[in-house]
Design a protein around this ligand. Structure first.
Ligand code: C5P
Length: 253
């Protein structure tokens, strides 16, 4: 069988040509990176967990009419997605001060924000993904004002939905990042949610204890990342109680 063609390799995922035109296969690696890849490790089972968690979230978004790239999961590490033209922006939505917002503005981590705040970052590793404004986005033609309005309304819908989903399982959605892409239905362009939504791209804190259940565990050396992601998956009902999401045989008691 001919080896399939790789279309793109990122820090945590690989895209392969899909079985039909307009589709791609998204493969989730075990690699964890932070601080623009200055910190790197391989976390056994991370890719499997993110594949399942992103599937769960994207499927739920589809069910409430939020358009996204997910078609179906293929196996433990791969999912079939719609090919789209990625808009070169990271769209961050924040409910609670943390991370770079706390650092930049001197607001203590954990301070609730008066309203959800949306920020845009220009996707460019060489520049370290700088924050940009709507003015930059329109002036440099990364997206039109109409696109930006659509992206903001998608981001806020995702925020409302995810906040409820996570609150229901005892988790506070502090902030998250999405990426958006363009697809065409005939002459009409539509903007959809792409990439992934997982503990790699969200800040998730246990409501009762404040324990971090997201990539900050890796960024800040707070313990086992795989355990944190497994806990998120378990609470979302994706893994059977006690499952670890890893490949290989499981102990039978
Ligand atoms: O670091 P910062 O506070 O700006 O991150 C805000 C949110 O966006 C966090 O949930 C973080 O995990 C996510 N993010 C991401 N990919 C990046 C930068 C931030 O998923 N390149």
């Amino acid at each position: 069988m001919a080896r399939r063609r790789m279309v793109y390799e990122g820090k945590a995922k690989i895209l392969y040509e899909g079985p039909e035109p307009g589709t791609l296969i998204q493969y989730f690696k075990d690699d964890a990176t932070a601080f623009n890849a200055q910190k790197h490790d391989v976390i056994d089972g991370k890719g499997v967990l993110n594949n399942r968690i992103s599937e769960h979230i994207m499927t739920a978004l589809t069910s409430i009419g939020v358009p996204n790239h997910f078609i179906r999961r293929i196996n433990m590490r791969e999912q079939l997605i719609r090919a789209c033209e990625i808009i070169p922006l990271e769209v961050v939505v924040r409910n609670v001060a943390a991370g770079s917002l706390s650092k930049r503005l001197g607001i203590e981590e954990g301070t609730p924000l008066p309203r959800p705040i949306i920020e845009f970052y220009y996707k460019d590793d060489a520049l370290g993904d700088p924050m940009v404004t709507e003015e930059h986005i329109v002036a440099f033609n990364w997206a039109s004002q109409q696109d930006i309005d659509d992206i903001i309304s998608l981001a806020l819908r995702v925020n409302d939905f995810l906040s409820g989903l996570f609150t229901g399982v005892g988790i506070r959605l502090v902030d998250f990042k999405i990426e958006c892409g363009r697809i065409w239905d005939g002459d009409y362009q539509r903007i959809i949610v792409a990439d992934e939504i997982s503990p790699d791209s969200c800040r998730l804190w246990d409501i009762k204890t404040g324990q971090k259940l997201d990539k900050d565990v890796f960024r800040r050396d707070l313990g086992s990342l795989a355990d944190a992601y497994t806990e998120v998956a378990r609470r979302l009902g994706i893994l059977p109680e006690g499952g670890n999401g890893k490949r290989g045989p499981k102990l039978v008691h």
